[in-house]
Design a protein around this ligand. Structure first.
Ligand code: SAM
Length: 227
């Protein structure tokens, strides 16, 4: 088996872990926005938080360590976590059910449809953390930092808003950097060893994957981009 197909098999195995009853449990939570409400909230997300604070979203938030900790540290910012799989989202929802932060809600959806859910310029900042690599070339457009996704983010992110991306996957990072200029984005900040950069580490909130891979000694790559 080639290295690429081994990665693909491991990646699929990671995706397929299913927790029975997860979907039913997250539907019951007041912190998960019901699917049928999503499009009617377009352009009105701040009503959910009962304030006019900035709105930050994390796409592919997994079990939610990053977004939960960010929301705890910054009560004056509204956070929405987006995750495709109920089984993963469940952990974040259970924690929020216990802690009840006022500035954190979740959406279970495929980010491909994100433009149906947010109005133009409605989002102040986007986070992508350790996005799935989709190593096969024919799946490039499914990668969250691809030019197809950047075109979607371009619509919902406010004019001077920024997108932050972290990963330990060098191939994915190089791909992400190459996608920027054709999609009309530019680099504000870039690091090929985030954890060695004292300045950038100030205020850095670790994700589950970041903890796991940096503890193995893997460098973490990060960019901050704008149009
Ligand atoms: N961000 C977390 C972290 O850094 O620990 C989780 C990283 S995990 C490798 C990537 C997550 O992105 C998975 O939970 C996956 O289900 C989610 N994801 C991938 N593609 C997505 C999409 N199109 N829409 C929403 N979530 C997606």
């Amino acid at each position: 088996m080639t290295e690429e197909s081994k990665t693909e098999v491991n990646f699929r195995k990671m995706r397929l872990k299913n927790v029975p009853g997860a979907r039913e449990e997250i539907i019951k939570s007041k912190y998960v926005i019901p699917e049928e409400e999503l499009s009617s909230r377009k352009g009105r997300w701040r009503e959910l938080f009962h304030n006019e604070n900035e709105l930050y979203i994390e796409i592919g938030m997994g079990k939610g360590r990053f977004i939960y900790e960010s929301a705890r540290l910054h009560p004056d910012i509204n956070y929405l976590g987006i995750e495709k799989y109920s089984s993963v989202l469940l952990r974040a929802v259970q924690k929020q059910e216990r802690e009840e932060l006022l500035n954190l809600f979740f959406i279970r959806m495929d980010a491909e449809y994100i433009c149906d859910v947010f109005a133009e310029g409605e989002v102040d900042r986007i986070y992508l953390n350790f996005s799935d690599p989709w190593p096969k070339d024919r799946h490039a457009k499914r990668r969250l930092p691809s030019r197809q996704f950047l075109a979607r983010y371009d619509k919902l992110l406010k004019k001077d808003g920024v997108l932050e991306f972290k990963t330990d996957n060098r191939e994915l990072f190089d791909f992400a950097v190459e996608e920027l200029s054709p999609a009309g984005w530019q680099v504000d900040v870039i690091s090929y060893d985030l954890h060695a950069d004292e300045g950038l580490m100030q205020g850095n909130v670790m994700t589950e994957y970041e903890e796991k891979f940096s503890s193995r000694g893997n460098p973490i790559y990060k960019y901050v981009i704008r149009r």
